[in-house]
Design a protein around this ligand. Structure first.
Ligand code: TYM
Length: 317
């Protein structure tokens, strides 16, 4: 089976953009690929995050992923920081990647503007660590949302540079996009749904019924906003109903309150069983710890072997 890998940062809460853009594909592709998924906790150090928050959110994200259907019988799930090799390979890649390529990254530019008092070196070299996350396991397929495409292109460039300079060792990195590669914000539909835009922008997997209803009620309903709500409906809802609503919208007959009510209903139908599983897992912390530890142990085996090979290739051994 071909290797597939992806990660998510434990900053803030897992939301529908993460789910529809990436996690749903993680879950759906588990039978087709040799899958590894990780909590990108080292990446989260590029923002100011308290030790308590980092630990708490890493655990919550792990639980959310399991509740959404990441299956430890089929896939590895682990914390990035628990496997040595990611940072070692990142250093090697740092010595291959031109600074100019890193400075081109939109996320680097955006985040530098968002946190002007904390433009740390990690923010710049972030994509070298991301390339290492993937290539450490010689993984080829990477299910992500559209905002990560630029980083994956850089991973390809880095792999090529290594292969050309030393030896053909790394495969070509291929992004896997979902039908919802860029879910837009509820409060500002010109921007993507994101934790950094604030609570009103996203629906979190753990939002209760009241919060979901309130957020959808407040969602912006200009042309882009309604289109966003309709597409959100299309990912969860009934196809016939969607067609009727789309036709009504074209004819100027669709009432925003009706659309919002339908949308709230189907999103809650999706979230209810997920949240039940979250509650179950919250009651069983040792089970979650064991899944993460087993995942890290297995990932470490591959990582250790590949780091040894890489060291030989570049003359460190
Ligand atoms: P992160 O934690 O920001 O997001 C996790 C995944 O969710 C996707 N996503 C979205 N997709 C569609 N619409 C949206 N509004 C939306 N918002 C987020 C992201 O594209 C991502 O797939 N750098 C990565 C984590 C990472 C990684 C990796 C991913 C670290 N190393 C190696 C793949 C491979 C990040 O910050 O994702």
């Amino acid at each position: 089976m071909k290797k597939l890998i992806s990660g998510i940062q434990p900053t803030g809460r897992l939301h529908l953009g993460n789910y529809l853009g990436a996690i749903k594909n993680w879950v759906d592709l588990q039978d087709k690929y040799d899958c590894s998924f990780f909590i990108a906790d080292l990446h989260s150090l590029t923002i100011k995050i308290s030790p308590e928050e980092l630990a708490k959110q890493s655990r919550e994200i792990a639980i959310d992923l399991l509740a959404l259907g990441v299956d430890p019988k089929k896939s590895l799930l682990f914390k990035q920081s628990e496997v040595t090799g990611h940072t070692e390979l990142a250093w090697i890649f740092n010595c291959l990647v031109p600074i100019s390529e890193l400075e081109r990254m939109t996320q680097f530019k955006d985040k530098s503007l968002r946190q002007p008092d904390n433009v740390n070196a990690g923010l710049l070299t972030y994509p070298a660590l991301q390339a290492a996350d993937i290539l450490l396991y010689q993984a080829e397929y990477v299910p992500v949302g559209e905002d990560q495409i630029q980083h994956l292109e850089l991973s390809r460039i880095i792999a090529k540079k290594f292969n050309n300079r030393y030896k053909n060792f790394f495969p070509e990195v291929r992004p896997v996009l979902s039908p919802a590669p860029r879910l837009m914000s509820l409060s500002d539909p010109k921007k993507k749904m994101s934790k950094s835009l604030g609570e009103a922008s996203y629906i979190a997997i753990r939002d209760d019924a009241n919060t979901v209803a309130k957020k959808i009620k407040k969602a912006v309903t200009d042309k882009q906003g309604v289109n966003n709500l309709l597409s959100l409906y299309s990912y969860f809802g009934d196809k016939d109903k969607l067609q009727t609503m789309q036709a009504d919208y074209q004819a100027g007959k669709l009432l925003n309150v009706d659309l919002k009510e339908e949308l709230t209903k189907i999103i809650l139908e999706f979230l209810n069983p997920v949240q039940k599983r979250v509650q179950e897992l919250e009651k069983n912390p040792s089970k979650v710890d064991k899944i993460l530890a087993d995942g890290a142990k297995k990932a470490q085996k591959t990582a250790t072997k590949n780091i040894e090979d890489i060291k030989k290739i570049i003359g460190l051994k």
